[in-house]
Design a protein around this ligand. Structure first.
Ligand SMILES: [Zn+2]
Length: 263
């Protein structure tokens, strides 16, 4: 099965929104929790109110000086990220780094298969004004953590024709974007459009020229590069392809990012 041979086609299900496979998020979160504890991660429950529980996991490395942050599950119509996190936890093959992991930021969106939470708010636009319980709690927890050297965030795009990476690297550190895209090329098509969400995209990479202060709403990645990390990679799988392929793609791309980070 090779993307380049044209064997993998879009399913054609995503008309107007994501219509693909869904997940039982309670089950997926319980599995991530079980795996994390089994492999020696510490759990921080950073929100537990009104039936809404949000958890992060931390694992320190005895000799490592670098800090890696991974998060996903902020959009309830993007099931690949939370599944990929469970796979990564199960494989337990992380770089020699101190690790911070947030496996699901939008538990009320997944049962509805909506990008937004159950109240209809896109949580990934709330990092500047903090109007939601979820993101207020997330930012409070983040501000108690040390700075990270790298953030890796897993998302999906229901309109995309292929995989792409959204890089925020304002200090022009060596870029991981090309090797991350290359790592999935034989598995998943790479985005060929010239514009995604209004941003120019080249060879599957978006490098938005963003001035945070000018932007009325902040995504998690933008909050992180303003406050917590010099570099952020958002790994976007195209959700009009089979879920198993997207999970494999996320896992492979994340692993490549971890290798580059460790080297
Ligand atoms: Zn998303």
């Amino acid at each position: 099965m090779r993307a380049g041979d044209g064997v993998i086609q879009k399913l054609g299900k995503n008309v107007g929104r994501y219509h693909g496979e869904t997940i039982d998020i309670d089950h997926v979160r319980a599995e991530a929790h079980r795996l994390a504890l089994q492999h020696g991660w510490q759990c921080d429950t950073f929100l537990n109110s009104g039936g809404l529980t949000l958890r992060a996991y931390r694992r320190s490395h005895p000799h490592a000086k670098k800090n890696l942050y991974i998060s996903t599950g902020i959009h309830g119509d993007e099931p690949s990220g939370p599944l990929a996190i469970s796979r990564l936890l199960e494989e337990d093959n992380w770089p020699d780094a101190n690790l911070w992991l947030v496996p699901c930021l939008n538990p009320t969106g997944f049962p509805l298969n909506t990008r937004e939470n159950a109240a209809g708010v896109d949580l990934n636009r709330d990092y500047r004004h903090l109007t939601t319980t979820e993101i207020s709690a997330h930012v409070r927890w983040l501000s108690d953590q040390p700075n990270f050297d790298l953030a890796v965030i897993l998302h999906e795009d229901w309109e995309a024709n292929g995989f792409y990476v959204y890089e925020l690297n304002p200090r022009d550190l060596p870029s991981f974007a090309e090797p991350i895209v290359d790592s999935v090329r034989d598995l998943c098509p790479v985005e060929i459009a010239e514009l995604v969400d209004g941003w120019p995209i080249k060879a599957g990479i978006i490098r938005p020229n963003i001035h945070p202060k000018d932007r009325p709403q902040w995504a998690e990645a933008l909050y992180l590069v303003v406050n917590k990390t010099p570099r952020s990679y958002t790994l976007e799988t195209p959700s009009d392809f089979p879920l198993a392929l997207r999970v494999e793609t996320h896992v492979r791309a994340a692993r490549r990012a971890f290798e580059l980070f460790a080297s």
